[in-house]
Design a protein. Structure first.
Length: 91
């Protein structure tokens, strides 16, 4: 997955996300059992960043997923979080 935030020169405050989780679902409605694909930290000084998602978890292969969600756990200090772009690429 890739996360992008507006450049610091035009972004309001420290609103970039910091800690986040990626969760996948086998069904398109995201109603089934979640696959916790990882917890990550976005560095607000770097711009576009790529985060590798594992192909197996707990000894089980991650199945083909039809829905992915992004859970923002914290940001770099603002009262709100801004996200410019969240990209998901599959193989």
């Amino acid at each position: 997955v890739m996360i992008d935030h507006a450049p610091r020169s035009i972004a309001a405050g420290n609103s970039a996300l910091k800690m986040f989780r990626v969760i996948g679902y086998e069904d398109i409605g995201a109603f089934g059992e979640p696959w916790e694909l990882g917890s990550f930290e976005y560095d607000s000084k770097l711009g576009l960043q790529t985060f590798e998602i594992p192909t197996s978890l707990g000894g089980a292969d991650v199945p083909k997923l039809k829905a992915v969600s992004l859970a923002v756990d914290s940001n770099w200090g603002a009262e709100y979080s801004c996200l410019y772009r969240f990209r998901v690429h599959g193989g």
